[in-house]
Design a protein around this ligand. Structure first.
Ligand SMILES: C[S@@+](CC[C@H](N)C(=O)[O-])C[C@H]1O[C@@H](n2cnc3c(N)ncnc32)[C@H](O)[C@@H]1O
Length: 216
């Protein structure tokens, strides 16, 4: 019934979060989405942006995938249902309220091929000894990427956990100018060991960096 009425007017439920402010689950046009006050987090425009990124990488050679910033898990849904990716996923998410909503509202739960880790993505990549063939970096608090994820240490740690010839998809934020200092500095952190593509105005708003680690 809720789904039916959502075609006439969207219905929103709000959940307080110490980390993300107010989280909103809205039924709109028969579909449930997860938003914050100013941003779509999952199952809306954000999902389309990451899906576009996924068309740029070779998923066939991926056995172990790391998702930093699980949100409501829309890219997990896309990987499983649109891209037919059946192998392992490790998802890291800092907000326990988001993890709870992912489970209760969107059916994203731990399974044999999906490990959900409640924790800080920066610490995870700093301490991980596992290697991944694909890393999706989608870390936001509302509309902002926490600045630590633009820094050299984070990029160095990503390089360490990425297998040779593996790739990353980095959603670096909205409305970043083409030659902005942030973008320039960020790409320089990955250095010569990467083949980098910068995709601008994906879905009209976001910049994605697609990087492939060259054979060392
Ligand atoms: C845009 S949402 C991710 C959406 C998700 N990729 C999807 O496909 O539905 C961004 C997420 O990053 C998480 N986040 C922000 N800072 C983080 C951190 N330091 N460590 C882990 N997760 C973080 C937020 O809590 C939020 O859930």
């Amino acid at each position: 019934m809720k789904k039916f009425f959502s075609y006439i007017w969207p219905t929103t439920r709000r959940f307080p979060s110490k980390i993300n402010g107010t989280l909103e689950v809205t039924y709109v046009n028969g579909k449930k989405v997860l938003d914050t006050e100013n941003a779509n987090y999952s199952y809306g425009s954000l999902q389309k942006i990451l899906e576009f990124g996924l068309t740029k990488v070779d998923l066939k050679s991926v056995e172990n995938l790391l998702l930093l910033g699980m949100g409501g898990g829309s890219v997990i849904y896309s990987l499983r249902n649109t891209f037919e990716y059946t192998k392992n996923i490790v998802a890291v998410e800092i907000d326990p309220e988001v993890i709870k909503l992912a489970k209760e509202e969107f059916g994203i739960t731990t399974s044999k091929k999906l490990q959900i880790i409640e924790g800080d993505a920066f610490q995870f990549v700093k301490n991980s000894t596992e290697k991944f063939q694909l890393i999706i970096i989608d870390l936001f608090i509302d509309i902002t990427v926490p600045p630590v994820f633009y820094e050299k240490d984070f990029c160095k740690n990503i390089t360490n956990v990425l297998q040779n010839e593996g790739s990353f998809i980095f959603n670096v934020g909205i409305n970043l100018e083409k030659n902005s200092k942030t973008l320039e500095t960020l790409t320089s952190h990955f250095g010569k060991g990467f083949d980098l593509q910068i995709l601008q105005k994906v879905n009209g708003t976001n910049t994605l960096i697609i990087g492939q680690k060259l054979m060392q």
